[in-house]
Ligand binder design. Structure first.
Ligand SMILES: [Zn+2]
Ligand SMILES: [Zn+2]
Length: 665
């Protein structure tokens, strides 16, 4: 399909099978709509500069993923901080994304990575700043005085503050079609490989990439091969899916923004969010907003004012839909109070859960729909509808928490009267995975401790990277021992009120050995073992590596056990069931990494691990003070797995957790 140019705004419309992609060639803005190809009249307004949904590639050499790339939490924090100060035109996150896009484009054009690393490092540094760059500049701070920000990065910052875009990106996009950047969303395709695909095979988008793989042309390129071609082909699905659903944490931000927006709408008596958001799924496809109001029109008029860049895609007497400029849909329904509970139940789903609910109604000679629970089809005989709890009660069930409504075990549990009492954020006592300025974190040990204490925790483990992760300045034995001496001193100052544990995130090397000597690991309170390199090893090899670490006498826990990044990178090809067997056998713990783009283990694996009696540890893997707030995302995931506080080891005080580990570590 030939691109069409609209010269007035320089919008390039490209058709693909499932969606339209609009590219503003001047600012590299991407707007994905999920309309079908027949709805060609659907054009979204182009308003903002590079925004929060611009794809950021997985770094070519991936270490911890979450630290070298951005954390969505930090992204959102920056946007949130700056959004509230309405005089800020360019957020730190937007600046960081521009710099990364520039680095990507330069590398695709053929620049060496030495040149582009300055921009990538600058982007990382800017994300870690707690104050908006724009207000720093307004205060007269020279940006080059900031650690990690050189002259070239500073100049780009000034240009972005002034113009909201970068001339250099505009020029690069004259020669590189913006859709080439989509290729970076394919797992394990870095800018260098994309450059080869673009220059040698003239591939400019995902569809062309798929065709080239199917024709066997990709494997013939130097540095690719048949295996790479196959993994690219598999990754194209992930890259396409990445545009369809957003992370739960991003949906949650939107929910908070909507709640804030509607706070002063007097017509609203009650408001709630249903759908997969309410069930806490790790990604969310759209938002369902239910409202009980005195006047539907007032609510809808108010809804129409949410984000000026949103588009109205439909409005009726009780239902209205808008689409954000990234294509994400929000549906609002005004529901009468006598049906609010049944509507909430109906729109929360899941479909599979509701099939069982409807059948239970049918078995009793009743009918259940979004309007209520009725005696047969007679709308006059509503038995229940105002309260969701009431619906469950009428159908002989206790209230089933939304996170469990997947028709897995919830009905069996409910029937047997042993629905689990799900874990809550307040149950968590410690956080056992986090990074500091010693490696790639943004805060000191003391700052992390103070912040964790303010969150109500009583202990944390400092687990910086080990030496193999050179990109993050991983710790060698000498630096690690020095850090532990510092921790001893900090603990003396803290007294009994709080404890900082001496930990390490030790790499499991490609050959299966631990990255630090045994006599060093033996001195730790807590050893986290992780795979960061050699993630693409064959199943047997990578499984053996992880099991070897589990058997290691000094290892306490395996971090992010499958290594997946949601929508971005598939899990390692690891036999997770063998890993669980080994963990159960050796009495080791498994992590639920709460970073919103990891959430690793996933809900299914967590439930399986808990069933085998393996204690789960929910950790934030924080790389900044704000990162500690990710704990709540982990809690949502743990609740989906049906976990109680008894199954989560960091709900225990440290002395008891230590006892739980026993002599095995
Ligand atoms: Zn890690
Ligand atoms: Zn980590």
């Amino acid at each position: 399909m030939e691109p069409r140019w609209r010269t007035d705004r320089c919008i390039w419309l490209r058709r693909s099978k499932k969606r339209h992609v609009l590219h503003d060639a001047r600012t590299a803005v991407f707007f994905y709509s999920r309309q079908s190809a027949s709805q060609t009249n659907f054009l979204l307004p182009i308003r903002k500069s590079v925004g929060e949904f611009l794809p950021t590639p997985v770094p070519p050499v991936d270490t911890c993923g979450e630290n070298l790339a951005s954390s969505p939490l930090d992204e959102r924090r920056n946007t949130a901080t700056t959004a509230s100060a309405s005089n800020i035109a360019v957020t730190n996150e937007q600046i960081a994304q521009h710099l990364e896009t520039l680095a990507d484009l330069l590398e695709i054009q053929g620049a060496n990575s030495f040149r582009t690393n300055a921009y990538r490092n600058g982007a990382r540094r800017i994300r870690q700043l707690s104050e908006p760059i724009e207000s720093l500049v307004a205060r007269g701070v020279a940006l080059t005085t900031l650690d990690g920000i050189g002259k070239s990065v500073a100049e780009k910052c000034y240009e972005l503050i002034e113009r909201g875009k970068l001339k250099q990106i505009e020029e690069l996009l004259q020669v590189i079609p913006p859709s080439v950047l989509d290729l970076l969303q394919v797992p394990r395709l870095g800018p260098k490989k994309v450059a080869a695909l673009f220059h040698q095979l003239h591939i400019t988008n995902l569809e062309e990439l798929r065709a080239a793989c199917q024709a066997g042309r990709v494997r013939e390129l130097a540095g690719f091969g048949a295996k790479t071609q196959q993994s690219i082909l598999e990754g194209i699905a992930i890259a396409s899916a990445a545009n369809q659903r957003i992370l739960w944490a991003q949906a949650d931000d939107l929910v908070q923004e909507l709640r804030h927006h509607f706070a002063d709408c007097r017509a609203i008596r009650h408001l709630d969010f249903a759908g997969s958001y309410r069930r806490g799924r790790e990604t969310v496809g759209d938002l369902d907003l239910l409202v009980d109001a005195t006047d539907a029109d007032t609510v809808m008029d108010h809804f129409a004012k949410f984000r000026p860049s949103a588009t109205l895609s439909g409005r009726g007497p009780t239902k209205m839909s808008i689409r954000l400029d990234n294509g994400f849909a929000i549906d609002l329904r005004v529901v009468p109070p006598e049906s609010f509970g049944s509507a909430l139940q109906y729109f929360t789903g899941s479909k599979e859960h509701n099939v069982v609910m409807r059948q239970r109604a049918k078995d009793r000679g009743w009918k259940l729909n979004e309007w209520g629970l009725f005696v047969d089809d007679d709308a006059e005989t509503r038995l229940e509808g105002a309260s969701e709890q009431g619906i469950y009660k009428r159908l002989g069930l206790p209230f089933i928490p939304p996170e469990l409504r997947e028709n897995r075990q919830e009905f069996a549990w409910a029937e047997a009267g042993n629905l689990p009492v799900l874990i809550e954020l307040a149950d968590i006592r410690g956080d056992l995975h986090m990074h500091t300025t010693a490696t790639d974190g943004a805060a000191s040990i003391e700052e992390m401790a103070a912040a964790a204490k303010a969150h109500g925790l009583s202990y944390i483990a400092i687990t910086d990277h080990s030496q193999r992760v050179a990109m993050a300045r991983g710790l060698d034995p000498a630096r690690l021992l020095a850090q532990w001496a510092e921790i001893d001193a900090i603990n003396r100052r803290l007294g009994n009120s709080f404890q900082v544990l001496k930990g390490i995130e030790c790499d499991i090397l490609e050959n299966g050995q631990m990255d630090l000597p045994d006599d060093v690991l033996a001195q730790a309170d807590w050893v986290v073992a992780s795979v960061h390199y050699g993630q693409t090893q064959p199943r047997e090899q990578i499984t053996a590596r992880i099991i070897g670490a589990i058997a290691h006498p000094h290892v306490s826990m395996i971090a992010h056990p499958t290594g997946r990044l949601i929508n971005r990178r598939e899990p390692y090809d690891v036999d997770i069931s063998a890993v669980m067997d080994a963990a159960a056998h050796h009495g080791k713990l498994l992590e639920l990494n709460a970073s919103p783009k990891r959430l690793d283990l996933n809900d299914i694996h967590l439930a399986a691990a808990a069933q085998r009696g393996i204690p789960i540890v929910i950790n934030t893997d924080a790389h900044s003070i704000d990162g500690l707030e990710a704990m709540r995302y982990g809690i949502v995931q743990a609740r989906r797995a049906g976990l109680t506080k008894r199954q989560v080891a960091n709900c225990l005080p440290w002395p008891e957790l230590k006892k739980l580990m026993g002599k095995k570590r």
